[in-house]
Every structure is written in structure tokens, then in C-alpha cells.
Design a protein around this ligand. Sequence first.
Ligand SMILES: [Zn+2]
Length: 165
Amino acid sequence: MSAFVIDAFEFSRLKERREGDVSIADMARLSAESVNKSASLRWSLQGGADSLNHPQLILSVSGTIELMCQRCMTPLKFAVESESILILAKTDERADGIDALLADDTVDVIVASKTMNIMELIEDEALLAIPLAPKHDVCPDNAALNDLMGTKKASPFAVLKDLKQ
Ligand SMILES: [Zn+2]
């Protein structure tokens, strides 16, 4: 069994912890969004229970993903630093019931299983963390253009200075 497959309920009950790195290349949906597929993300998963004794997982994902800037179409480094509390339910009906009971936007209620692939959870977490339309604060082309304009503005004075000398 892969290191990424867990019995989610046992994992929570035993308060297990697991952590590691996962390559972006191994996550198809995230790869489609990423320029640098050879990078990896750091993740950790901590089992436990919430105050009402529902089994829960705390999932953390961090790392740097290179996205494509939607303005200048060059790579943009985006730092992911994400943590989610996932409350586990055995069925959709139970999940809806717990969701209504908790009425808490800061947690997610998910349907878990005894053979749960946590790589999918990690990928979901990363996909939710990245912007839909990533853009540089200042695109590199514009920055280069600004530098060029700055140089052009300064040059007459430089020329004048040279003449005076
Ligand atoms: Zn850009």
C-alpha cells in the first residue's frame, strides 16, 4: 500500500502523524497549472478529533509553485502556505449532518474512507490555495520598461554633465 493511502478513521483515532514531500509532477491537476513540474510540496497530516469528538485531520501544505502570469505570460513564483481542518464523515448524509451541526466555515467536512488517498487531499489543498488568475504585482516586462524609461529620462542630464566636464 502506498504511503499516501490511509485508513482515515483509524489514523484520526490513533492521532497518527505523517509528513513528506510530494512532487508536483505526480499530481496531474496541479501539474496542469504549474510551470515548474519538478518542484515538490511539503505536507503533513495530523489525526485527531474536534471538540465534539468527530474524527478530524489537520492537513498542512507548503512550498513554491511556479504559475503562469495571466498578464505577461511568464512564470510567477507563488508561495503556498496552507492548513485545513478536515472533519471526517462516513457518508454524504453524515457529512451534511455534521456540516449543519457545526455551521463553521473554518472547517471542511469530507467523506472519508478506510483506503483514502491523501495525495488527492494534498492536491486539492494546493489547488484551492493558488489564485484562479495569477498575476505578478509588477510584471517583469513592465519593470524592464520602467527601468528603460527611467534611464531615458536621466540621460539628458547625463549628457549635459558630460558636456560641462
Ligand atoms: Zn506578469
